[in-house]
Design a protein around this ligand. Structure first.
Ligand code: DP6
Length: 363
């Protein structure tokens, strides 16, 4: 597929109005996307677990209009929200060529998250993928091209992921589950820079219902956004080596997912998390998103793993929060460990229990 294949060429606008609704999950990367080229093309491939409980619910109502330009209103948790407007405006500008009907309708975008807004959890992946899916459902009603009609079709999902990527890179990995790869690479057949593809290679039962408990260390606004962080990979002294490492780690992870070797899984996942933050610390300007409690938690995890012969490990996204990844059979013990030893490092003792999930749902 090329970007041109996603241009809607033939559509009608007889439809006066309608409403569509999707729930789309967040995802957590195992091999991290950090660094991008123009048009949200990643510098390296990434792979993520799709989550199950952390979701954005988005309803879009559309009404036919006459004048030119984009028209939309955004509501967050029932209240009109101006803060999200610029990101959505940019998103509409980027995707207009693929969805020419965007200027024919006024859109009311009503959105809410299943996780607390102030939790510091990145909502751009779930939020942008939910909007992309809603717009695809509208396209399916207007399209005169048969390939876009069903939300189960490969084209529908691919284009939803393609659009979501143009909203926020990592959002393209939230359409499907349980593992999604984004970025062209040699290990995964049909992988693409343009959209995420479901990881269809063999996955060992060790990873069934894999758990992700998110410890909320810092719920505040980040000092440096992901978008700025990505840009700092331009001219970064270690960039090329890092991009190569991501390809290697993806190849290794593919083998580990098949064999169920949890020791090797831990090594790749924790190394990826620390490398991501090492890139931040060695860019110019340099910055640190981890907090003292992030490090306290990491050290506690290492001590627990050693003492309990556990397969618990951590990963980080672009922030201070810690994702604890572990097999389902360790759930009871790990939750006990969190309650006894880790909640004191969380802001307001707050953490969220999630697990690997199947992707977005139309409601
Ligand atoms: C560290 O997808 O949030 O979470 O494309 O600029 O919206 P933009 O960035 P974003 O970056 C996410 C980076 C990451 C790693 C990952 O999810 O792969």
């Amino acid at each position: 597929m090329t970007a041109e294949d996603f241009i809607l060429k033939s559509y009608h606008t007889d439809l006066q109005n309608g409403t569509v609704k999707w729930a789309s999950p967040s995802n957590i990367a195992l091999v991290k996307y950090w660094g991008k080229k123009a048009d949200q093309i990643p510098e390296n491939p990434s792979i993520s677990f799709t989550l199950s409980n952390c979701k954005t619910l988005t309803e879009i109502s559309f009404t036919k209009k006459e004048d030119d330009g984009f028209q939309f209103d955004v509501y967050f948790e029932g209240e009109k929200n101006e803060a999200f407007r610029p990101k959505i405006q940019t998103f509409f500008e980027r995707i207009a060529v693929y969805m020419p009907f965007l200027k024919d309708y006024h859109f009311k975008i009503d959105t809410s998250n299943t996780f607390p807004h102030s939790s510091g959890i990145a909502s751009s992946a779930s939020g942008m993928s939910a909007i992309a899916l809603c717009l695809m459902s509208i396209e399916a009603q207007l399209s005169e091209e048969s390939n876009a009609l069903s939300s189960d079709s490969a084209y529908f999902k691919q284009k939803a992921s393609f659009l979501a990527r143009l909203g926020s890179g990592s959002a393209c990995r939230s359409i499907e589950g349980e593992l999604v790869v984004w970025g062209a690479n040699e290990s995964i057949k049909d992988s693409s820079d343009l959209y995420g593809v479901r990881f269809t290679e063999s996955v060992h039962p060790n990873f069934k219902n894999y758990q992700d408990t998110i410890l909320l260390v810092d719920k505040g606004e980040k000092q440096v956004s992901s978008t700025v962080g990505h840009q700092l990979m331009y001219g970064h002294p270690f960039a090329q080596e890092r991009f190569k490492q991501a390809h290697d780690n993806l190849a290794k992870l593919k083998a580990v997912l098949a064999s169920g070797d949890l020791e090797a899984f831990i090594t790749i996942v924790e190394s990826e998390a620390l490398t991501l933050h090492a890139m931040m610390m060695t860019s110019l300007p340099y910055f640190i998103l981890m907090k003292p409690n992030t490090l306290e938690i990491i050290n506690k995890i290492w001590a627990y793993r050693e003492a309990q012969h556990s397969k618990l490990c951590f990963t980080l996204d672009a922030g201070a929060n810690v994702h604890l990844l572990y097999p389902e059979q360790e759930k009871e013990n790990v939750l006990e460990f969190i309650k006894n030893e880790l909640v004191s490092y969380c802001q307001n003792e707050h953490y969220i229990c999630d697990e690997i999930g199947l992707g977005a749902n139309q409601i």
